[in-house]
Design a protein around this ligand. Structure first.
Ligand SMILES: Nc1ncnc2c1ncn2[C@@H]1O[C@H](COP(=O)(O)OP(=O)(O)O)[C@@H](O)[C@H]1O
Ligand SMILES: [Mg+2]
Length: 419
């Protein structure tokens, strides 16, 4: 089947807003009957979107006629998408025939060319769940299918922000924890830090918590996961902040399959507005899957060549795997280590075709004191510029505001490391 070109995919997605929050579709079957290759390509694009990873999609040509034929003797799926270029009365007649074979739970989405209120009313009267006017793009299809399964009056679902380091030790966990702290304290959003580094995670230490159980319980008994169970695993850090801690013990090994964290993340997404994932620096099925599935991604990099290469590789992979999402973001951390030659922010920006969203200076005293006391930067040194940076990042990653773009002069100021 013809794939839409990158440009085709990007344009409409940009226009309809990549920052919009769409909850992923559950495990449902979707069958589409198209009349045009453009619509088929858009639905194909949607089927490859991260939010549709659990849905099973089948796309065929032939429109309404083919659908009626197909379901005469076969059960209908959870969702049928029908494209028709025909006049309204033909669509309605086709739907009336299809209704004879449609199982009660099946939802129907129609894609047509007509922008006609009368037709729309008639479709609604027949129980059609949604009507899209062609041409459609992949994101519109994703939105329509996902929208069928999230109640219109449901409270906004959780946003999952994944924070990962381009190398080990670059401060990804520290950044993740401080951002989550700012989301909770400054933005008053209920947030959960989830420490995915089961063997060596430091979230418990950083928040001065020693919870008896945590993430391991959830991962090793996925069948028990429900809201009450997850509630018991969370350790409360502050008013709005909880921690799903790693055991940080070595008596077990943590060789997980790619979907090991699926149920716990689904459960968190359904109950907590902000979930910050502290993703360890490794490349496994589940770490890759976790990054691809996140709503927002922040890569933390130190200013050296290996970090630049790794960030670029992570960017390329995520861009390809998330064609309907806005780009990942990255910040530079530990910038300005005395006597250390560093790669400039402008060089990162050139290679990645994107400015860093923050440049965080190397401040061993401040960060060392925070780590050893089990406190956040904002607690150690209120009003400190780095604490403000974390606040801005929290705002940006929750869609509250854009952080200011860093300019070379700002970089110079930051490198000056004023206290
Ligand atoms: N900007 C910074 N300046 C000084 N030390 C930092 C900075 N950011 C992080 N650190 C320190 O670097 C070490 C590694 O941080 P951590 O968050 O565990 O890294 P990662 O999760 O990427 O492996 C910690 O001791 C932390 O306190
Ligand atoms: Mg870490």
């Amino acid at each position: 089947m013809a794939q839409p070109s990158q440009a085709q995919r990007e344009e409409p997605a940009e226009a309809s807003g990549r920052d919009e929050h769409i909850a992923p579709a559950p495990r449902v079957s979707v069958q589409a009957f198209c009349e045009t290759v453009e619509t088929a390509a858009a639905i194909q694009g949607a089927s490859e979107d991260r939010r549709m990873a659990k849905a099973h999609m089948r796309i065929q040509m032939g429109g309404l006629t083919a659908a009626v034929e197909a379901y005469r003797n076969a059960p209908t799926p959870n969702v049928i998408m029908l494209e028709s270029e025909n006049p309204g009365e033909d669509i309605l007649a086709g739907l009336d025939e299809l209704a004879n074979y449609c199982d009660a739970g099946t939802r129907v989405v129609v894609i047509g060319q007509l922008n006609d209120v009368m037709l729309y009313r008639e479709l609604v009267r027949r129980g059609v769940s949604d009507y899209l006017i062609s041409p459609v793009d992949a994101l519109q299809v994703v939105r329509a299918v996902c929208g069928l399964f999230s109640a219109p009056d449901a409270k906004p679902v959780g946003r999952i922000v994944a924070v990962a380091g381009a190398k080990g030790g670059v401060g990804a966990s520290t950044v993740a924890h401080n951002i989550a702290f700012a989301m909770a304290r400054d933005l008053k959003l209920d947030s959960v830090v989830t420490d995915l580094d089961l063997a060596f995670g430091t979230a418990g230490l950083d928040f001065n918590q020693d919870p008896p159980q945590g993430l391991a319980e959830a991962v090793f008994s996925p069948d028990r996961i429900d809201n009450a169970f997850v509630d018991r695993l969370l350790a409360k850090c502050t008013d709005h902040l909880s921690l799903l801690a790693a055991p940080a013990t070595l008596d077990r090994v943590y060789d997980f399959g790619a979907d090991a964290f699926d149920s716990i993340l689904d459960s968190l997404r359904a109950t907590v507005p902000c979930v910050v994932l502290d993703v360890p620096h490794q490349w496994t099925g589940w770490s890759k899957q976790t990054l691809i599935a996140a709503d927002d991604i922040l890569i933390v990099a130190a200013p050296d060549l290996a970090n630049l290469r790794n960030t670029k590789n992570i960017y390329d992979l995520l861009k390809a795997a998330r064609p309907n999402d806005h780009l990942p973001r990255y910040c530079l951390n530990q910038v300005g280590v005395p006597k250390r030659p560093e790669i400039k922010a402008t060089d990162f920006a050139k290679a990645l075709e994107q400015e860093p969203v923050a440049i965080i200076p190397f401040e061993p005293q401040l960060f060392g004191a925070a780590a050893n006391n089990g406190q956040m930067i904002a607690e150690i040194s209120a009003g400190h510029r780095t604490a403000e940076t974390f606040q801005q990042l929290a705002q940006m990653l929750t869609g509250r505001a854009e952080t200011k773009k860093s300019r070379p002069s700002l970089l110079d100021k930051l490198l000056g490391r004023e206290k």
